[in-house]
Write a protein that binds this ligand. Structure first.
Ligand code: GTR
Length: 331
């Protein structure tokens, strides 16, 4: 009897151990990268998505966000995700163009009439279609989960206030790693230099470049104003951000988990948008506090910047003509 009881207890203890092991094994922490610091809208939105996942799965599925380029620049984290060494990364569509060609349509200068137009495009059919193109791409190795807002990008530099197109002449301007942007900077009369965001502060500091182009929040949290205090509202690019997940990781998840991730990612898309508006205000205040010279580009001059983009459109526009038409039809 005593012997039987011992066997029973051992079996019970063993099965408990098994159960614990299974629970431990099932726990999945998805690592996610962002170049921006804690508190930035994109970081906060993915963290919030992780909390929702955790709550919906009783802690089995969660997201650990690594902000401030801790895991590297955007090109590097994309490569890691493609290999399955990293689950999630939030990057600009700017660096996704070289991976999934059609995404470059969002990278064309002045392709959107304004921010509202971009919102409608990413929330609608075209946004859905381009996310699916990522999923279906034979070699990208990524799944597109959500778009996010990044406002409009404008030029800044260390040399002089830029009020006209002519003021751009000869400035060495950093662009994101995509040949289209180098052509864009050159078409403005500047010299475009492509490099990762992770290299930018050093390049500004050492004078490798005279300036760059970005939205208020990146310029402000990146403290680029310390080296390039002349900001001009060219607003030549309106490029959404994107959250992608590694296809290798995705394929290990159950359809139910995949559906949850898609659902909360979509919610993150709208949540980030609300945070973005606040962050732009904060950034503008910080720029004023730090004596940034903000030069408003007049509508007439903006039109000249737009016309100067003709060589970029001549080179790339026809390739994306059908998509451009669809974007322009979004009201
Ligand atoms: C920011 C964007 C980043 C990164 C950066 C850059 O606006 O949020 O994802 O792309 O620009 O210029 O590289």
């Amino acid at each position: 009897m005593a012997f039987n009881r011992r066997i029973f207890m051992t079996a019970a203890a063993l099965s408990l151990l098994w159960a614990q092991a299974a629970v431990a094994q099932d726990k999945i922490v998805l690592k996610s990268s962002d170049v921006h610091p804690e508190g930035y809208p994109t970081v906060a939105a993915v963290q919030s998505m992780g909390k929702k996942l955790e709550a919906a799965t009783n802690g089995r599925l969660s997201i650990q966000v690594y902000p401030s380029m801790q895991l590297g620049g955007e090109k590097e984290t994309l490569e890691m995700a493609q290999l399955g060494a990293l689950a999630l990364t939030r990057v600009s569509v700017g660096v996704m163009g070289p991976i999934v060609d059609n995404l470059n349509v969002f990278n064309l200068p002045f392709v959107f009439r304004d921010i509202d137009h971009m919102h409608k495009a990413i929330d609608g059919e075209i946004g859905q279609k381009l996310l699916k193109e990522i999923d279906d791409h034979p070699t990208a190795g990524l799944i597109g989960l959500a778009w996010m807002d990044a406002g409009a990008r404008s030029v800044y530099n260390s040399k002089r206030p830029v009020a006209t197109l002519e003021d751009m002449q000869g400035l060495k301007i950093r662009t994101m790693g995509n040949p289209m942007f180098v052509d864009m900077a050159n078409a403005m009369g500047a010299n475009g230099v492509a490099m990762g965001y992770d290299q930018l502060v050093n390049a500004l500091q050492t004078g490798v470049v005279d300036g760059a182009e970005n939205n208020y929040p990146s310029y402000s949290t990146g403290q680029h104003y310390n080296y390039a205090p002349y900001y001009s509202t060219t607003q030549h690019l309106i490029i959404p951000e994107i959250l992608v997940i590694s296809k290798k990781v995705w394929e290990t998840l159950s359809p139910d988990d995949q559906a949850l991730i898609r659902k909360f990612a979509k919610e993150a898309q709208l949540e980030e948008r609300k945070l973005w508006a606040e962050q732009e205000q904060k950034a503008l205040e910080n720029m004023k506090k730090n004596n940034v010279t903000i030069t408003e580009i007049s509508p007439a001059e903006k039109k000249r910047f737009q016309e100067a983009m003709k060589p970029v459109w001549d080179k790339y526009g026809s390739k994306y003509a059908e998509l451009v038409k669809q974007i322009q039809a979004v009201q």
